[in-house]
Ligand binder design. Sequence first.
Ligand SMILES: Cc1ncc(COP(=O)(O)O)c(C=O)c1O
Ligand SMILES: N[C@@H](CCOP(=O)(O)O)C(=O)O
Length: 462
Amino acid sequence: MQYISTRGKAPALSFEDTMLTGLARDGGLYLPETIPTLAPDEIAALAGVTYEEIALRVMRPFVGDAFPDPEFRAIIARAYRGFDHPARAPLKQLGPNHFLLELFHGPTLAFKDFAMQLIGQLFQAALQRRGERVTIVGATSGDTGSAAIEAFRGLDNVDVFILFPEGRVSEVQRRQMTTPAEDNVHAIALKGDFDDCQAAVKDLFADFDFRDEVRLAAVNSINWARVLAQVVYYFSSAVSLGAPHRDVSFTVPTGNFGDIFAGFIAKQMGLPVADLVIATNQNDILHRTLVSGDHVKQGVTPSISPSMDIQVSSNFERALYYAYGRDSHAVAHEMQALKSEGGFTVSQGALDFLRDTFRSGRASEAETTATIRGVHAATGETLCPHSAVGVKVAEESLGAAPMITLATAHPAKFPDAVEAATGARPPLPNRMADLYDRPERVTPVDNDLSALQTLIRERIAP
Ligand SMILES: Cc1ncc(COP(=O)(O)O)c(C=O)c1O
Ligand SMILES: N[C@@H](CCOP(=O)(O)O)C(=O)O
């Protein structure tokens, strides 16, 4: 299996090189040259097997011989053994035709753990085999950072630098990033918003001398392996509701577009998905794009669902690649317009593709709070604000097929928003009960590329 860049000007790479690289050298994102499919009987055979076994069968065709089956099986087992629910991604019924997919039973209480725990293991195995070391730089609006730090803390072959927007993540999220004591962990509070953090990461990658000097690697969902690991729970949840004999729909709280893009890949692989619904908060560039065809940045407005406070949704580029009929020249052109002019108008053909493939909706702050309150009162389930955005939009999108809304984080990561809605503060799990007492380590940095490069060089110096 070879991987190609959405912008068409970077060399095709193997799975392992794609994973260790993250971002293509032409600024594009890697995609498999072809998407393997699972036949209906192979999908049906996933019913009743463990999450780990589903992960192996779904991801194996993309991984090829990079990790032989016994090694890959052992890696998957290690990745998910720290989850505190035996099903890993359990489904709960919210209404007659509406289900919640709980993706917050991993070590850092967000869906990011599904991919990050796995790629932590894959990086470790690949780097040890090659005798190499990398410098991971990631941008976070709160959850990717803690999941990456948890997955890579203390590993010999890796330094991990996480850029978060100063003052714009919840206190629990910040402490998850700033309290690990390992020397290879570096939490950076950047003066800016998430889009600034992500742009800084991409600029670091675009400086090839620096990139090669420190051997940069990416663990945001610009890394294909992140997306791939997230494809698995679309299969596990759909088969438990009767796929492939029954269609299912998904609503996905969306920011950087990685999670819903994983749903798109699941559908391309043969999973019978009726609707894929993008749910946004007030930072609604994706919803506006589907409605108007204009993909135009506005400033990021802080919300009670901070992890979705994003206007430059990295993985939308991958969707555009398919929407533009795999025309990498057109994708590169639109991405340049987004960067230099702040937006572009999607061509009519591409817009038709996007509208055929995705539906979308938006939840305001008041609607998000009302949804947390209403679902709590009606079912006893406490939603985090991101999941509440999903549930609100899903309720407007219910159809004949069962709807699965992805619950992307644990409510205890956002206690203020949840308390404002329900009157009760959700407790952290016991293993994290002393989070507020642990000492913090964080480096504030201006949004300045050379300051960042200096800091990284100093920290990784032997
Ligand atoms: C809790 C939570 N929900 C939803 C999202 C949006 O997911 P994606 O960026 O894959 O669209 C994020 C951030 O990625 C998140 O942390
Ligand atoms: N919401 C994310 C933003 C980064 O997303 P990623 O999936 O591309 O890593 C976060 O919590 O950091």
